[in-house]
Design a protein around this ligand. Structure first.
Ligand code: ZN
Length: 195
């Protein structure tokens, strides 16, 4: 069954989908309503032409500039720096942050050949020079690469007249202390706040 095997192979290339889940999904798609398969196929094949990166902040958007960059109700004195476009969703759904974003497009990772020139630092500095930002919040991931990137940001932003803050790192909400790795625990201890 070549068609089935090909579908399983394609599905198993998606992140987080192993061969077992891929075959379960494939069998499900064989038995499901054909209209659903048509919609799904259409959505998959057109997603890349519909979604682009905002020319200002770099986040995913259907209209350029994006809804956040053009939202005049947002606080234009705050700029949150993130690694990936999808981090915008994580931070906006928290409901706590009402400022603007800047997507770097990754984190500095010398081992994988990702130097600062591959990320959008030049654009960031230009935005800060031209904008009214008072605070820059570094929200890179709590990983070695994220930390390296945060230090680099601190260095390049030091003379920009903005306050630089970093997200308090802690244990994942809903996570179990028992299952947290030691780096996470060390970070959360060092960064502990008065309770
Ligand atoms: Zn934008």
């Amino acid at each position: 069954m070549t068609a089935l095997n090909e579908l399983i192979e394609s599905l198993s290339r998606l992140p987080g989908i192993g061969p077992k889940t891929a075959s379960r999904l494939a069998y499900h798609l064989i038995n499901t309503d054909p209209a659903y398969n048509n919609i799904l196929g259409e959505e998959i094949s057109t997603i890349q032409s519909k979604i682009k990166n905002c020319s200002i902040c770099g986040s995913f958007t259907e209209s350029d500039p994006c809804e956040i960059c053009t939202d005049n109700l947002r606080d234009r004195t705050k700029l949150c720096i993130i690694e990936q476009p999808q981090d915008v969703i994580t931070l906006t759904t928290s409901g706590v942050y009402d400022g603007l974003f800047h997507v770097l497009g990754g984190a500095i990772n010398p081992l994988e050949g990702v130097g600062p020139e591959k990320l959008s630092f030049t654009k960031l500095l230009k935005r800060i020079d031209e904008g009214d930002f008072k605070e820059v919040i570094i929200a890179t991931n709590p990983t070695e690469e994220g930390d390296t990137t945060a230090l680099y940001l601190k260095h390049i932003l030091k003379d920009k007249g903005v306050e630089i803050t970093r997200l308090a790192s802690g244990l994942p909400i809903g996570g179990d202390l028992e299952y947290a790795d030691k780096t996470t625990i060390a970070r959360s201890l060092r960064g502990r706040i008065k309770f």
